[in-house]
Design a protein around this ligand. Structure first.
Ligand code: DP6
Length: 420
C-alpha cells in the first residue's frame, strides 16, 4: 500500500435513479438481511428528474469512514450502512494507478477508510423513495471504487441490505426483485425485465401531496403488518405470485389495460393490508383518495384505461399515463381539481414541463380557464381543492445507474476528500 505520507485520493462518482413499485414489497421474512415475503416489480424513474448522485473516495489520509447527505454530515454507525460497507469490502479487488502512485491490494481495503457524499436532486422530505436511490448509489459507487467484479444483480443484493426497495434501483426500465429462497439471502436480488426503451410511451406524473402528518416508517409499518395482518399472509402466498406473472406479461406485451388494472389493484391491496394491521396504519389521506376517484372516474368514462395510480408509504400519488396524449389530459384534470396556491406555475409543475405546454397550460390564466372534465359534466358541485397538492413532477421511465466521469460533478474535493 502507498505509505501514509502519500496523500492521494481515489474517487468515483455515480448517479442512480429512484423507482416506484407497481407490485409492492411489504413485509420481511428476515429483518437483518432484508429478505421479503414476496416478489415485487417496479418502474425506474428518469434520473433527470429524480436521482441520487454519490461520490465515494478512499485515501490513506482518511482517519475514519464518514458520510455527508445533502451537505450535512450523518452517522454511518447504523447497521444497514455497516452491512453494505462490509459486504462491498469483502468483495474488493486490487486497484493500481501507476501515474498517481496508487497501489491498493485486495487485503489493504479492510484497513482503508472511505468518505461518501450523497445528494438528492429532489426534496428528501417529500417521501419519494430517497433511501432506494441512496443505497443503490452507495452500493454501485463503492463497487466501482473497490473494483468489485460482481454484476448489477449481485450488487443489488448488497443494496438490498441497506433498504429493500433499493435493490430495484440497480437497473433501468422495468425491474423484478426476486424474493429468493436461501436463508443467507444470496438469491434475493433484482433482475431487469425490460429496459426503459421497451415501453417509452408511458408518462409519469407524481403529485406531491401536502401533509402535516408524520408517517410510520416503511420499516416499522411492514414489521407490524407481518406481525398482525392475516391479509398480508394471504396476499404474499396466494395473490402476489399470480400477479407477478400477469404483470410480467403485461409489461412484455405493453398491455396498458392489464398493467393499469394490476398496478391500481396492488396499490389498493397494499393499503388494505395497512388498514388490516393492528393498530391500523393510514398512509393515504383525503387528497390521495380524491386522486384515486378522479382517475377511476376518468378511466371508466373511456373505452380503455388512460391512467394507473399507485401510492407508497405516504400520501403522494404516482400516476402513470398510457401515452403523451393521455398525460396532457391527465395534467388538465389534475390542475383543474388542484390549482396552485400561488401564481407561480413554474415551480408547481416541475420535471418535464413540455407535458403542461402540450396541454395548453403556459400560465395561471390557462389553469383558471380549464373546463370541468367531461366525465363530471352534469355535476354542478365539481369542487376544487386548492393547496392540497404541493407540486407535480412530470417524468418517465428511465435508465439505471451510470458513472459520472466528469470531475466537476464530483461532490468531494479530489485533493482533500472533503465536501466541495
Ligand atoms: C411501500 O424499502 O423503504 O415503498 O426495506 O425497511 O428499508 P426497508 O423498506 P423500504 O420499503 C418500501 C415499501 C414500499 C413498496 C415498495 O417500494 O415496493
Amino acid at each position: 500500500m502507498a505509505s501514509e505520507s502519500q496523500n492521494w485520493v481515489l474517487m468515483v462518482t455515480a448517479q442512480t435513479p429512484t423507482n416506484i413499485a407497481v407490485i409492492k414489497y411489504w413485509g420481511k421474512r428476515d429483518e437483518t438481511l432484508i429478505l421479503p415475503v414476496n416478489d415485487s416489480i417496479s418502474v425506474t424513474l428518469d434520473p433527470a428528474h429524480l436521482c441520487t448522485t454519490t461520490t465515494v473516495a478512499v485515501s490513506p489520509a482518511f482517519q475514519q469512514d464518514r458520510m455527508w447527505l445533502n451537505g450535512k454530515e450523518i452517522s454511518l454507525s447504523g447497521g444497514r450502512f455497516q452491512n453494505c460497507l462490509r459486504e462491498i469490502r469483502t468483495r474488493a479487488c486490487a486497484v493500481e494507478d501507476k501515474k498517481k502512485g496508487i497501489k491498493i491490494t485486495r487485503e489493504n481495503w479492510s484497513k482503508l477508510h472511505v468518505h461518501i457524499a450523497s445528494y438528492n436532486n429532489f426534496p428528501t422530505a417529500a417521501g419519494l423513495a430517497s433511501s432506494a436511490a441512496g443505497f443503490a448509489c452507495l452500493a454501485y459507487s463503492l463497487g466501482k471504487l473497490m473494483n468489485v467484479k460482481e454484476d448489477e444483480s449481485q450488487l443489488s443484493a448488497i443494496a438490498r441490505q441497506g433498504s429493500g426497495s433499493a435493490c430495484r434501483s440497480l437497473f433501468g426500465g422495468f425491474v423484478k426483485w426476486i424474493m429468493g429462497k436461501e436463508d443467507n439471502g444470496s438469491d434475493s436480488l433484482a433482475v431487469q425485465l425490460a429496459d426503459e426503451k421497451h415501453w417509452d410511451d408511458l408518462v409519469i406524473v407524481i403529485a406531491v401531496v401536502s401533509s402535516r402528518q408524520k408517517e410510520t416508517s416503511s420499516t416499522s409499518g411492514m414489521r407490524e403488518s407481518v406481525e398482525t395482518s392475516l391479509l398480508l399472509k394471504h396476499r404474499a402466498k396466494e395473490i402476489v405470485p399470480k400477479r407477478i406473472l400477469q404483470m410480467e406479461e403485461a409489461i412484455k406485451n405493453r398491455d396498458f389495460a392489464s398493467f393499469s388494472q394490476l398496478t391500481c389493484a396492488d396499490s389498493n391491496q397494499f393499503h388494505a393490508v395497512c388498514l388490516d394491521t393492528s393498530p391500523p396504519i393510514f398512509y393515504m389521506n383525503d387528497t390521495s383518495h380524491r386522486i384515486i376517484s378522479i382517475a377511476e372516474k376518468w378511466n371508466r368514462s373511456e373505452e380503455a384505461p388512460q391512467v394507473a395510480y399507485t401510492f407508497d408509504a405516504g400520501p403522494n400519488a404516482v400516476l402513470i399515463a398510457r401515452d403523451r396524449k393521455a398525460a396532457t389530459l391527465l395534467v388538465q384534470r389534475l390542475l383543474y381539481y388542484f390549482p396552485p396556491n400561488s401564481d407561480d406555475l413554474d415551480s408547481y409543475i416541475i420535471g418535464d414541463k413540455s407535458i403542461a405546454k402540450d396541454a395548453g397550460i403556459n400560465g395561471i390564466r390557462d389553469v383558471e380557464a380549464l373546463p370541468p372534465p367531461p366525465e363530471i359534466k352534469d355535476n354542478i358541485l365539481s369542487q376544487k381543492y386548492k393547496g392540497e397538492v404541493s407540486y407535480f413532477i412530470c417524468t418517465r421511465p428511465g435508465r439505471g445507474p451510470v458513472l459520472l466521469s466528469d470531475n466537476s460533478q464530483a461532490l468531494l474535493n479530489d485533493e482533500t476528500g472533503l465536501p466541495k
